[in-house]
Design a protein around this ligand. Structure first.
Ligand code: ZN
Length: 391
C-alpha cells in the first residue's frame, strides 16, 4: 500500500441534475384541496423523469381538485410539477428548464446503438451472486459477497462482462454522434474534459431503478446515518481515462450521499482510487490519519460503494483506456436535516477525534477530582488521628 500526503485541492463543483418537465398550468390554477380524496387511488409515477421523488407525485395526486383526478397522468404530473417548482429558487428553475431543453434536443436526434440497455434487465446486467444477495436482502447476505477493505469502503462483483462491453460501446457511439454533429455536450463535472452524463441521453429511468432496487438495499444497511435510507435522486455518468482522454482525477469529495463506482474495462494499467478518510464540510482540508489511507485497484465489473464525503482521487491511467460507471446517489431528506446538524462524529474522522478527546479530557478531570477528594479525606483523617494521639 502506497502512502502519500493528502493534497488540499478543493472539491469539484458538479452540476445538479434537472429533469422536470415544464408545467403548463397557470399559477392561479395550481391549487390543491385542503383534504385528500381518500376514495381516489393515485397512479404510479416511478418511471417519471423528475428531480422530485416519485412518491411526492403519488401522494399529491390525492389532493388534486376533483376535475383533475381522472385526467391523463401526464397532465396530473405537469400540474403537480408546477406547484412544486414554485418552491425552487428562480435560478434553479431556469437551470432546470435549460437542462430539459438540452436533453430533449439529444433525445430527438441521437439514435441508441443498444436499445436493450435502456431498460433494467437484472438477469442480463448483474452477476448471479449480486442478484442473489440483493434478493435475500439481509445484512448477512450482503456481507457474504462484499468486502470492506477499509472502514466505509465496500467492494463487490456487480456487472456482467457482456453488459460492461455493450455499455462502453453505447458510450462510444454517443461520443461519435457528438463529434459528427459538433454537438455542445455537457461533461459529467467541471473537471472532466471527457465522459458523458448517462441521464442526458435516455438512461435516467433505468439508473433510477438501479438506485432504488439495487443500491438502496445496501445503503440502508451500510450508510443509514448519512441518508442511505432515503436516497431519492441521482447523477449517473461515465468517466473515460487514458492517454488521449482524462488522465487522472484530483483529490475531491462527491456531491452525493452515497457513491457507486463500477469499472467497465477495458485494458488499462494504473488508475487506482486513493481514499483518505471521511470529512464534514468544516474539516475537508485536514490531514489524513494513517488508518484512513487506502488505495483501491479497479477490476472490470467490480463495484466500489462509498460515502460521498470520503475524500478520494484517481491516479493516472498510464496505458490503455479505462471506463467507469458512476452513480452519485442523493437524499433530499438528509440534505435538509444536515443543515440543522453540527456533530458529524459518527463518520467525520476529525469530529470523531475531537469528541473522543473531549470525553478523555472530562474523564481525566473527573479522575483528578476524585483523586483530590480521596487525598483530602486521607489528609483529614491523618490530621484527626494526630489530634487524638495521647500527649
Ligand atoms: Zn468534522
Amino acid at each position: 500500500m502506497k502512502r502519500r500526503r493528502s493534497s488540499r485541492r478543493k472539491a469539484p463543483v458538479t452540476r445538479r441534475e434537472n429533469d422536470d418537465g415544464e408545467g403548463k398550468e397557470s399559477k392561479q390554477n395550481g391549487r390543491l384541496m385542503v383534504r385528500p380524496n381518500n376514495n381516489h387511488v393515485p397512479q404510479n409515477y416511478n418511471d417519471l423523469e423528475s428531480n422530485f421523488p416519485s412518491q411526492i407525485f403519488t401522494h399529491m395526486e390525492t389532493y388534486l381538485p376533483i376535475n383533475m383526478l381522472n385526467v391523463p397522468r401526464n397532465d396530473k404530473a405537469n400540474y403537480i410539477r408546477h406547484i412544486l417548482n414554485d418552491y425552487l429558487p428562480p435560478q434553479q428553475h431556469t437551470r432546470d428548464k435549460k437542462r430539459r431543453e438540452y436533453r430533449q434536443k439529444i433525445l430527438s436526434n441521437y439514435k441508441p446503438l443498444h436499445k436493450k440497455l435502456y431498460t433494467l434487465d437484472p438477469s442480463k446486467f448483474f452477476v448471479p451472486t449480486f442478484l442473489k444477495a440483493i434478493k435475500k436482502n439481509t445484512e448477512q447476505s450482503f456481507r457474504s459477497i462484499i468486502s470492506e477493505p477499509s472502514p466505509g469502503i465496500f467492494t463487490f462483483e456487480m456487472l456482467q462482462p457482456r453488459f460492461c462491453e455493450l455499455l462502453v460501446s453505447e458510450v462510444e457511439n454517443f461520443e461519435k454522434w457528438v463529434n459528427a454533429t459538433k454537438f455542445q455536450v455537457i461533461r459529467p463535472s467541471t473537471i472532466n474534459k471527457y465522459g458523458v452524463v448517462l441521464d442526458d441521453f435516455g438512461f435516467q429511468t433505468m439508473l433510477d431503478k438501479l438506485m432504488k432496487d439495487f443500491i438502496s438495499p445496501l445503503s440502508k444497511v451500510f450508510f443509514a446515518e448519512i441518508g442511505g435510507t432515503t436516497l431519492d435522486s441521482h447523477h449517473g455518468f461515465i468517466v473515460e481515462y487514458g492517454e488521449d482522454k482524462d488522465i487522472d482525477m484530483g483529490f475531491h469529495v462527491d456531491d452525493a450521499e452515497v457513491t457507486l463506482n463500477v469499472c467497465l474495462g477495458r485494458q488499462f494499467s494504473g488508475g487506482e482510487l486513493f481514499f483518505r478518510g471521511m470529512r464534514c464540510d468544516q474539516h475537508l482540508h485536514t490531514i489524513s490519519h494513517p488508518e484512513e489511507i487506502y488505495d483501491y485497484f479497479h477490476f472490470p465489473g467490480r463495484a466500489v460503494l462509498h460515502h460521498g464525503r470520503h475524500r478520494h482521487g484517481a491516479r493516472a491511467t498510464t496505458s490503455g483506456n479505462r471506463f467507469n460507471l458512476l452513480l452519485w446517489c442523493r437524499s433530499s431528506v438528509f440534505r435538509q436535516m444536515k443543515t440543522y446538524k453540527t456533530d458529524f462524529s459518527g463518520w467525520c474522522g476529525v469530529c470523531y477525534q475531537e469528541k473522543k478527546n473531549m470525553l478523555l479530557k472530562s474523564i481525566d478531570e473527573t479522575e483528578l477530582k476524585i483523586a483530590n477528594r480521596i487525598y483530602g479525606l486521607q489528609a483529614l483523617s491523618k490530621g484527626k488521628g494526630k489530634g487524638k494521639a495521647p500527649a
